[in-house]
Write a protein that binds this ligand. Structure first.
Ligand SMILES: Nc1ncnc2c1ncn2[C@@H]1O[C@H](COP(=O)(O)OP(=O)(O)OP(=O)(O)O)[C@@H](O)[C@H]1O
Ligand SMILES: [Mg+2]
Length: 381
Protein backbone atom coordinates (compact mmCIF):
# COMPACT_ATOMS: atom_id res chain seq x y z
CA UNK A 1 0.00 0.00 0.00
CA UNK A 2 1.36 3.43 -0.85
CA UNK A 3 0.15 7.00 -0.66
CA UNK A 4 -0.08 8.66 -4.05
CA UNK A 5 2.21 11.67 -4.59
CA UNK A 6 0.49 14.85 -3.51
CA UNK A 7 -0.76 17.25 -6.16
CA UNK A 8 1.31 20.42 -6.69
CA UNK A 9 0.49 23.27 -4.26
CA UNK A 10 -2.36 25.56 -5.26
CA UNK A 11 -1.18 28.85 -6.82
CA UNK A 12 -1.80 31.95 -4.62
CA UNK A 13 -3.95 34.67 -6.12
CA UNK A 14 -3.83 38.52 -6.27
CA UNK A 15 -1.34 40.28 -3.98
CA UNK A 16 -0.79 36.98 -2.19
CA UNK A 17 1.49 35.98 -5.09
CA UNK A 18 4.27 38.19 -3.61
CA UNK A 19 6.18 36.33 -0.85
CA UNK A 20 6.00 37.91 2.65
CA UNK A 21 9.80 38.53 2.62
CA UNK A 22 9.40 40.77 -0.45
CA UNK A 23 6.66 42.76 1.33
CA UNK A 24 8.98 43.34 4.29
CA UNK A 25 11.76 44.40 1.92
CA UNK A 26 9.47 46.77 0.05
CA UNK A 27 8.05 48.40 3.21
CA UNK A 28 11.57 48.55 4.73
CA UNK A 29 12.87 50.33 1.60
CA UNK A 30 10.00 52.91 1.70
CA UNK A 31 10.62 53.50 5.44
CA UNK A 32 14.39 53.87 4.77
CA UNK A 33 13.82 56.44 2.00
CA UNK A 34 11.31 58.36 4.22
CA UNK A 35 13.81 58.26 7.09
CA UNK A 36 16.74 59.58 5.01
CA UNK A 37 14.52 62.26 3.41
CA UNK A 38 13.29 63.31 6.90
CA UNK A 39 16.87 63.56 8.20
CA UNK A 40 17.98 65.65 5.19
CA UNK A 41 14.93 67.97 5.35
CA UNK A 42 15.35 68.58 9.12
CA UNK A 43 19.11 69.18 8.75
CA UNK A 44 18.48 71.68 5.91
CA UNK A 45 15.83 73.48 8.02
CA UNK A 46 18.15 73.60 11.03
CA UNK A 47 21.10 74.96 9.05
CA UNK A 48 18.69 77.55 7.52
CA UNK A 49 17.75 78.58 11.06
CA UNK A 50 21.45 78.86 12.06
CA UNK A 51 22.09 81.03 8.96
CA UNK A 52 19.59 83.62 10.24
CA UNK A 53 22.00 84.43 13.15
CA UNK A 54 19.45 84.02 15.91
CA UNK A 55 19.95 85.26 19.47
CA UNK A 56 22.51 83.23 21.52
CA UNK A 57 19.77 81.63 23.74
CA UNK A 58 17.93 80.59 20.53
CA UNK A 59 21.19 79.25 19.04
CA UNK A 60 21.81 77.22 22.23
CA UNK A 61 18.24 75.92 22.10
CA UNK A 62 18.62 75.02 18.40
CA UNK A 63 21.85 73.15 19.17
CA UNK A 64 20.12 71.16 21.91
CA UNK A 65 17.32 70.43 19.45
CA UNK A 66 19.97 69.34 16.92
CA UNK A 67 21.52 66.88 19.40
CA UNK A 68 18.07 65.58 20.46
CA UNK A 69 17.16 64.99 16.80
CA UNK A 70 20.46 63.17 16.10
CA UNK A 71 19.86 60.91 19.14
CA UNK A 72 16.25 60.33 18.00
CA UNK A 73 17.36 59.47 14.45
CA UNK A 74 20.03 57.12 15.81
CA UNK A 75 17.47 55.37 18.03
CA UNK A 76 15.01 55.12 15.12
CA UNK A 77 17.73 53.71 12.88
CA UNK A 78 18.70 51.14 15.54
CA UNK A 79 15.01 50.20 15.98
CA UNK A 80 14.56 49.81 12.21
CA UNK A 81 17.63 47.59 11.87
CA UNK A 82 16.60 45.61 15.00
CA UNK A 83 13.08 45.11 13.60
CA UNK A 84 14.44 43.90 10.27
CA UNK A 85 16.71 41.40 12.05
CA UNK A 86 13.84 40.19 14.28
CA UNK A 87 11.51 39.72 11.29
CA UNK A 88 14.23 37.83 9.44
CA UNK A 89 15.31 35.56 12.28
CA UNK A 90 12.08 35.17 14.25
CA UNK A 91 9.55 34.95 11.41
CA UNK A 92 10.91 34.46 7.92
CA UNK A 93 13.60 31.87 8.75
CA UNK A 94 11.34 29.62 10.89
CA UNK A 95 8.56 29.87 8.25
CA UNK A 96 11.06 28.79 5.57
CA UNK A 97 12.27 25.98 7.87
CA UNK A 98 8.71 24.74 8.47
CA UNK A 99 7.91 24.99 4.74
CA UNK A 100 10.95 22.88 3.93
CA UNK A 101 9.95 20.24 6.49
CA UNK A 102 6.35 20.15 5.23
CA UNK A 103 7.62 19.84 1.65
CA UNK A 104 9.74 16.83 2.67
CA UNK A 105 6.71 15.14 4.26
CA UNK A 106 4.51 15.98 1.28
CA UNK A 107 7.19 14.49 -0.97
CA UNK A 108 6.60 11.07 0.63
CA UNK A 109 8.93 10.96 3.66
CA UNK A 110 6.08 10.53 6.14
CA UNK A 111 8.43 9.78 9.06
CA UNK A 112 10.09 13.19 8.81
CA UNK A 113 9.24 15.04 12.04
CA UNK A 114 8.07 18.67 11.83
CA UNK A 115 9.56 20.96 14.41
CA UNK A 116 10.54 24.64 14.77
CA UNK A 117 11.49 26.12 18.19
CA UNK A 118 10.51 29.74 17.63
CA UNK A 119 8.53 31.95 17.61
CA UNK A 120 5.99 30.53 20.07
CA UNK A 121 3.12 30.68 17.55
CA UNK A 122 5.03 28.77 14.87
CA UNK A 123 6.35 26.27 17.45
CA UNK A 124 2.75 25.53 18.48
CA UNK A 125 1.58 25.31 14.85
CA UNK A 126 4.42 22.95 13.93
CA UNK A 127 3.73 20.72 16.93
CA UNK A 128 0.02 20.45 15.98
CA UNK A 129 0.87 19.66 12.36
CA UNK A 130 3.41 17.08 13.52
CA UNK A 131 0.97 15.31 15.84
CA UNK A 132 -1.56 15.27 12.96
CA UNK A 133 1.13 13.74 10.70
CA UNK A 134 2.04 11.13 13.32
CA UNK A 135 -1.61 10.12 13.86
CA UNK A 136 -2.37 9.85 10.14
CA UNK A 137 0.80 7.82 9.54
CA UNK A 138 0.03 5.44 12.39
CA UNK A 139 -3.61 4.97 11.22
CA UNK A 140 -2.34 4.37 7.68
CA UNK A 141 0.21 1.80 8.94
CA UNK A 142 -2.50 -0.05 10.90
CA UNK A 143 -4.80 -0.08 7.84
CA UNK A 144 -1.97 -1.19 5.61
CA UNK A 145 -0.96 -4.00 8.02
CA UNK A 146 -4.58 -5.13 8.23
CA UNK A 147 -4.95 -5.13 4.44
CA UNK A 148 -1.75 -7.16 4.14
CA UNK A 149 -2.97 -9.60 6.81
CA UNK A 150 -6.33 -9.89 5.05
CA UNK A 151 -4.65 -10.56 1.72
CA UNK A 152 -2.48 -13.22 3.32
CA UNK A 153 -5.33 -14.98 5.13
CA UNK A 154 -7.48 -14.77 1.98
CA UNK A 155 -4.69 -16.42 0.02
CA UNK A 156 -4.37 -19.12 2.69
CA UNK A 157 -8.13 -19.71 2.64
CA UNK A 158 -8.17 -20.02 -1.13
CA UNK A 159 -5.24 -22.38 -0.96
CA UNK A 160 -7.03 -24.39 1.71
CA UNK A 161 -10.26 -24.56 -0.30
CA UNK A 162 -8.31 -25.64 -3.35
CA UNK A 163 -6.25 -28.32 -1.59
CA UNK A 164 -9.19 -29.60 0.44
CA UNK A 165 -11.52 -29.87 -2.55
CA UNK A 166 -8.80 -31.34 -4.74
CA UNK A 167 -7.68 -33.94 -2.19
CA UNK A 168 -11.24 -34.85 -1.18
CA UNK A 169 -12.15 -35.85 -4.74
CA UNK A 170 -10.26 -39.13 -4.68
CA UNK A 171 -11.59 -40.69 -1.42
CA UNK A 172 -15.07 -39.56 -2.37
CA UNK A 173 -14.83 -41.20 -5.77
CA UNK A 174 -13.84 -44.38 -3.93
CA UNK A 175 -16.83 -44.17 -1.56
CA UNK A 176 -19.25 -43.63 -4.47
CA UNK A 177 -17.87 -46.35 -6.71
CA UNK A 178 -17.48 -49.01 -3.99
CA UNK A 179 -21.01 -48.36 -2.74
CA UNK A 180 -22.26 -48.80 -6.32
CA UNK A 181 -20.21 -51.98 -6.67
CA UNK A 182 -21.71 -53.25 -3.43
CA UNK A 183 -25.15 -52.74 -4.90
CA UNK A 184 -24.27 -54.39 -8.22
CA UNK A 185 -22.52 -57.41 -6.73
CA UNK A 186 -24.74 -58.12 -3.71
CA UNK A 187 -27.97 -56.56 -5.03
CA UNK A 188 -29.95 -59.84 -5.12
CA UNK A 189 -29.05 -60.63 -1.49
CA UNK A 190 -30.08 -57.20 -0.21
CA UNK A 191 -33.57 -56.35 1.01
CA UNK A 192 -35.43 -53.18 -0.01
CA UNK A 193 -34.26 -51.21 3.03
CA UNK A 194 -30.58 -52.03 2.39
CA UNK A 195 -31.00 -50.96 -1.25
CA UNK A 196 -32.54 -47.71 -0.10
CA UNK A 197 -29.61 -47.07 2.27
CA UNK A 198 -27.19 -47.69 -0.56
CA UNK A 199 -29.16 -45.33 -2.78
CA UNK A 200 -28.91 -42.60 -0.12
CA UNK A 201 -25.18 -43.22 0.30
CA UNK A 202 -24.55 -42.99 -3.47
CA UNK A 203 -26.75 -39.92 -3.78
CA UNK A 204 -24.94 -38.22 -0.89
CA UNK A 205 -21.53 -39.04 -2.36
CA UNK A 206 -22.57 -37.72 -5.81
CA UNK A 207 -23.87 -34.50 -4.31
CA UNK A 208 -20.67 -34.07 -2.41
CA UNK A 209 -18.70 -34.60 -5.63
CA UNK A 210 -20.76 -31.89 -7.29
CA UNK A 211 -20.14 -29.55 -4.37
CA UNK A 212 -16.43 -30.26 -4.34
CA UNK A 213 -16.14 -29.69 -8.09
CA UNK A 214 -17.95 -26.36 -7.76
CA UNK A 215 -15.75 -25.42 -4.81
CA UNK A 216 -12.71 -26.28 -6.87
CA UNK A 217 -13.94 -24.01 -9.70
CA UNK A 218 -14.60 -21.28 -7.15
CA UNK A 219 -11.14 -21.47 -5.60
CA UNK A 220 -9.52 -21.53 -9.05
CA UNK A 221 -10.75 -18.03 -10.00
CA UNK A 222 -7.76 -15.70 -9.92
CA UNK A 223 -5.37 -18.54 -9.03
CA UNK A 224 -5.12 -21.01 -11.84
CA UNK A 225 -6.96 -19.59 -14.85
CA UNK A 226 -5.93 -16.00 -14.26
CA UNK A 227 -4.61 -14.80 -17.62
CA UNK A 228 -6.44 -11.79 -19.06
CA UNK A 229 -6.59 -10.88 -22.75
CA UNK A 230 -8.97 -9.12 -25.12
CA UNK A 231 -12.13 -11.24 -25.14
CA UNK A 232 -15.10 -10.82 -27.46
CA UNK A 233 -17.91 -11.25 -24.95
CA UNK A 234 -20.20 -12.38 -27.79
CA UNK A 235 -17.84 -15.32 -28.43
CA UNK A 236 -17.79 -16.22 -24.71
CA UNK A 237 -21.60 -16.17 -24.79
CA UNK A 238 -21.63 -18.45 -27.86
CA UNK A 239 -19.49 -21.02 -26.04
CA UNK A 240 -21.73 -20.83 -22.96
CA UNK A 241 -24.82 -21.38 -25.16
CA UNK A 242 -23.15 -24.33 -26.84
CA UNK A 243 -22.42 -25.89 -23.44
CA UNK A 244 -26.06 -25.37 -22.48
CA UNK A 245 -27.53 -26.41 -25.84
CA UNK A 246 -29.29 -29.52 -24.48
CA UNK A 247 -31.02 -27.60 -21.66
CA UNK A 248 -31.94 -24.77 -24.03
CA UNK A 249 -33.46 -27.19 -26.50
CA UNK A 250 -35.37 -29.11 -23.80
CA UNK A 251 -36.94 -25.99 -22.35
CA UNK A 252 -37.49 -24.11 -25.63
CA UNK A 253 -35.58 -21.13 -24.23
CA UNK A 254 -35.20 -18.12 -26.55
CA UNK A 255 -32.05 -16.09 -26.02
CA UNK A 256 -31.57 -12.67 -27.61
CA UNK A 257 -28.65 -10.28 -27.34
CA UNK A 258 -27.42 -6.74 -28.02
CA UNK A 259 -24.15 -6.11 -29.81
CA UNK A 260 -21.71 -7.40 -27.23
CA UNK A 261 -18.41 -5.57 -26.68
CA UNK A 262 -14.82 -6.73 -26.54
CA UNK A 263 -13.62 -6.66 -22.94
CA UNK A 264 -10.40 -7.29 -21.06
CA UNK A 265 -10.70 -10.58 -19.28
CA UNK A 266 -10.32 -14.29 -19.07
CA UNK A 267 -12.23 -16.11 -21.79
CA UNK A 268 -12.86 -19.26 -19.74
CA UNK A 269 -14.15 -17.33 -16.72
CA UNK A 270 -16.39 -15.06 -18.81
CA UNK A 271 -17.87 -18.18 -20.42
CA UNK A 272 -18.48 -19.61 -16.92
CA UNK A 273 -20.15 -16.34 -15.96
CA UNK A 274 -22.60 -16.38 -18.90
CA UNK A 275 -23.18 -20.08 -18.43
CA UNK A 276 -24.11 -19.79 -14.75
CA UNK A 277 -26.41 -16.83 -15.30
CA UNK A 278 -28.20 -18.38 -18.28
CA UNK A 279 -28.41 -21.74 -16.50
CA UNK A 280 -30.14 -19.96 -13.60
CA UNK A 281 -32.44 -18.06 -15.95
CA UNK A 282 -33.53 -21.36 -17.50
CA UNK A 283 -33.66 -23.31 -14.24
CA UNK A 284 -35.74 -20.73 -12.36
CA UNK A 285 -38.25 -20.36 -15.20
CA UNK A 286 -41.96 -19.73 -14.74
CA UNK A 287 -44.76 -21.52 -16.63
CA UNK A 288 -43.80 -19.76 -19.86
CA UNK A 289 -40.87 -20.81 -22.01
CA UNK A 290 -37.77 -18.94 -20.87
CA UNK A 291 -37.00 -15.67 -22.71
CA UNK A 292 -33.57 -14.35 -21.88
CA UNK A 293 -31.94 -11.15 -23.09
CA UNK A 294 -28.25 -10.36 -22.80
CA UNK A 295 -27.75 -6.60 -22.95
CA UNK A 296 -24.73 -4.30 -23.05
CA UNK A 297 -24.43 -0.54 -22.53
CA UNK A 298 -21.42 1.66 -21.99
CA UNK A 299 -21.33 3.05 -18.45
CA UNK A 300 -18.46 5.49 -17.91
CA UNK A 301 -15.13 3.70 -18.07
CA UNK A 302 -16.76 0.24 -18.00
CA UNK A 303 -19.17 -1.85 -20.04
CA UNK A 304 -22.37 -2.77 -18.21
CA UNK A 305 -23.78 -6.12 -19.26
CA UNK A 306 -27.08 -7.63 -18.17
CA UNK A 307 -28.97 -10.90 -18.21
CA UNK A 308 -32.74 -10.48 -17.96
CA UNK A 309 -35.20 -13.37 -17.80
CA UNK A 310 -38.94 -13.91 -17.47
CA UNK A 311 -38.68 -16.52 -14.71
CA UNK A 312 -39.87 -16.68 -11.11
CA UNK A 313 -37.73 -13.69 -10.07
CA UNK A 314 -36.03 -13.03 -6.73
CA UNK A 315 -37.61 -11.16 -3.84
CA UNK A 316 -35.68 -7.91 -3.28
CA UNK A 317 -34.92 -8.87 0.34
CA UNK A 318 -32.76 -11.75 -0.96
CA UNK A 319 -30.84 -9.53 -3.39
CA UNK A 320 -27.62 -9.84 -1.34
CA UNK A 321 -28.06 -13.28 0.13
CA UNK A 322 -28.17 -15.12 -3.19
CA UNK A 323 -24.55 -14.14 -3.88
CA UNK A 324 -23.28 -15.89 -0.75
CA UNK A 325 -21.70 -19.27 -1.25
CA UNK A 326 -24.08 -22.24 -0.66
CA UNK A 327 -27.08 -19.91 -0.17
CA UNK A 328 -30.19 -21.07 -1.99
CA UNK A 329 -33.81 -19.97 -1.75
CA UNK A 330 -35.46 -23.24 -2.71
CA UNK A 331 -35.42 -26.87 -1.64
CA UNK A 332 -33.05 -29.06 -3.63
CA UNK A 333 -35.83 -31.37 -4.83
CA UNK A 334 -37.70 -28.41 -6.35
CA UNK A 335 -34.69 -26.77 -8.05
CA UNK A 336 -31.42 -28.76 -8.02
CA UNK A 337 -28.09 -27.03 -7.43
CA UNK A 338 -25.36 -26.41 -4.88
CA UNK A 339 -25.76 -22.66 -4.42
CA UNK A 340 -22.31 -21.79 -5.64
CA UNK A 341 -23.15 -20.43 -9.13
CA UNK A 342 -23.77 -16.79 -8.25
CA UNK A 343 -20.92 -16.67 -5.70
CA UNK A 344 -18.63 -17.88 -8.48
CA UNK A 345 -20.08 -15.26 -10.89
CA UNK A 346 -19.46 -12.48 -8.36
CA UNK A 347 -15.92 -13.68 -7.75
CA UNK A 348 -15.23 -13.74 -11.50
CA UNK A 349 -16.62 -10.23 -12.03
CA UNK A 350 -14.72 -8.83 -9.03
CA UNK A 351 -11.55 -10.50 -10.25
CA UNK A 352 -12.04 -8.49 -13.46
CA UNK A 353 -12.44 -5.26 -11.46
CA UNK A 354 -16.23 -5.01 -11.93
CA UNK A 355 -19.34 -5.51 -9.80
CA UNK A 356 -22.30 -7.89 -10.16
CA UNK A 357 -25.69 -7.23 -8.66
CA UNK A 358 -29.36 -8.12 -8.91
CA UNK A 359 -31.24 -5.19 -10.43
CA UNK A 360 -34.10 -4.53 -8.01
CA UNK A 361 -35.60 -1.80 -10.24
CA UNK A 362 -35.75 -3.78 -13.47
CA UNK A 363 -39.12 -3.53 -15.19
CA UNK A 364 -41.30 -6.61 -15.74
CA UNK A 365 -41.23 -9.93 -13.98
CA UNK A 366 -38.32 -12.28 -13.76
CA UNK A 367 -34.82 -11.45 -12.62
CA UNK A 368 -32.24 -9.09 -14.12
CA UNK A 369 -28.58 -9.39 -13.19
CA UNK A 370 -26.15 -6.64 -14.13
CA UNK A 371 -22.38 -6.59 -14.07
CA UNK A 372 -19.58 -4.35 -15.22
CA UNK A 373 -16.40 -5.30 -17.06
CA UNK A 374 -13.39 -3.30 -18.21
CA UNK A 375 -13.31 -2.56 -21.96
CA UNK A 376 -10.63 -4.02 -24.20
CA UNK A 377 -7.39 -2.01 -24.08
CA UNK A 378 -7.87 -0.02 -27.33
CA UNK A 379 -11.47 0.83 -26.45
CA UNK A 380 -11.14 2.61 -23.09
CA UNK A 381 -12.00 6.14 -24.23
N1 LIG B 1 -32.53 -16.07 -12.63
C1 LIG B 1 -32.97 -16.37 -11.41
N2 LIG B 1 -34.30 -16.30 -11.14
C2 LIG B 1 -34.74 -16.56 -9.90
N3 LIG B 1 -33.95 -16.92 -8.85
C3 LIG B 1 -32.65 -17.00 -9.06
C4 LIG B 1 -32.07 -16.72 -10.35
N4 LIG B 1 -30.75 -16.86 -10.25
C5 LIG B 1 -30.50 -17.22 -8.98
N5 LIG B 1 -31.62 -17.30 -8.26
C6 LIG B 1 -31.73 -17.65 -6.83
O1 LIG B 1 -30.44 -17.49 -6.24
C7 LIG B 1 -30.02 -18.71 -5.62
C8 LIG B 1 -28.51 -18.85 -5.79
O2 LIG B 1 -28.19 -19.05 -7.14
P1 LIG B 1 -26.90 -19.91 -7.50
O3 LIG B 1 -26.73 -19.92 -8.97
O4 LIG B 1 -25.79 -19.42 -6.65
O5 LIG B 1 -27.27 -21.35 -6.96
P2 LIG B 1 -28.06 -22.53 -7.67
O6 LIG B 1 -28.39 -22.18 -9.06
O7 LIG B 1 -29.17 -22.88 -6.77
O8 LIG B 1 -26.96 -23.65 -7.65
P3 LIG B 1 -25.73 -23.84 -8.65
O9 LIG B 1 -25.68 -22.67 -9.54
O10 LIG B 1 -24.53 -23.90 -7.75
O11 LIG B 1 -25.98 -25.12 -9.34
C9 LIG B 1 -30.79 -19.77 -6.34
O12 LIG B 1 -30.94 -20.92 -5.52
C10 LIG B 1 -32.11 -19.09 -6.61
O13 LIG B 1 -32.94 -19.16 -5.49
MG1 LIG C 1 -26.98 -21.49 -10.43
Amino acid sequence: MSIHPLPPPREPTGLGRLPAARWFLFIGAVAGVAFVTGVVVIMVLLSGAFDLNPRPEVTAQLQELNVALIVLFAVLLACGVGLALIVRHAVLKPVAQLTEQVRTVAGGDFDHALHVDRPAELAELSSHIDSMRARIVSAWRVASDQAEELRRSNGELEQFAYVASHDLQEPLRKVASFTQMLEQRYGPQLDERAKQYIYYAVDGAKRMQLLINDLLDFSRVGRVTGEKTVVESGAALDTALENLSATIEDTGAVITRDDLPAVTGNRLQLTQLFQNLIENAVKFRSDEAPRIHIGAVRSGAMWELSCADNGIGVEPKYADRIFLIFQRLHARDVYPGTGIGLALCRKIVEYHGGTLWLDGDAAGRGATFRWTLPPAGDDDD
